[in-house]
Design a protein around this ligand. Sequence first.
Ligand code: CAA
Length: 246
Amino acid sequence: MTTRVALVTGGTGGIGTAICKKLADQGHKVATNYRSEEKAKAWQAQMKADGYDFALVKGDVTSPDEAEAMVREVEKTLGPIDILVNNAGITRDGTFHKMSAAQWGDVINTNLNSVFNVTRPVIEGMRGRKWGRIIQISSINGLKGQYGQANYAAAKAGMHGFTISLARENAKLGITVNTVSPGYVATDMVMAVPEEVRAKIAADIPTGRLGKPEEIAYAVAFLVDEQAAWITGSNLDINGGHHMGW
Ligand code: CAA
């Protein structure tokens, strides 16, 4: 297989870490960004102990300038970016009638505006080389909505709108653009949901359990594969049957 350079935003988080590992297992060179140096260094040391050597670049994805600098740094260190996984995301849950502008803005900036900020400096290189894989990590809640997540669901639904437009614009250039929409996966983000609320949500999942980060990473690896060249503009739901539709 061809070794390519992958940038996974938010790679130090639960799903992000699994994606970084899976892409590395496939033979790719993987970079991720960080905002907090302390957390990132601890993560990198843990990854080294697990046998993984990931490049870490400083960069806040909510800033267009920092995102561009981060992309250039990865290109300088590892080479041109052929695989981009827009995975960075946060929650600031709250019912809408109590939601502050900061709760709204932080989520839209981190989960949606980041997708512009990071993809914009990457796309021209992909178009020039006529090969690319861009994947948005969205959410079941962008699809079905969730009590307390007007901000998050709006951002996550927006990510797929971005996917289907970019897919059209770049289809003839060997670049595929897809969305992966995880359901409730056992990560710190989901574990932060109050226990009684989480128990109710888990009871609604037909498989009877939360997802594993590796089960999301597997889908990313599938979409990144050379053989997935005709899959573009699609959304892959991975949620244990929690939300089914077509
Ligand atoms: N459906 C219907 N009613 C609900 C509800 C739901 N899912 N969740 C809460 N309520 C009701 C409560 O039963 C309560 O009703 P009563 O007043 O009649 O008793 C009322 O809403 C409470 O409303 P408040 O505005 O006072 O709520 P709150 O301030 O206590 O907290 C909340 C609301 C922050 C939304 C809290 O319920 C919560 O954290 N919910 C979880 C939201 C969630 O699922 N987030 C996902 C995070 S993980 C993630 O995002 C990853 C991913 O992609 C899947």
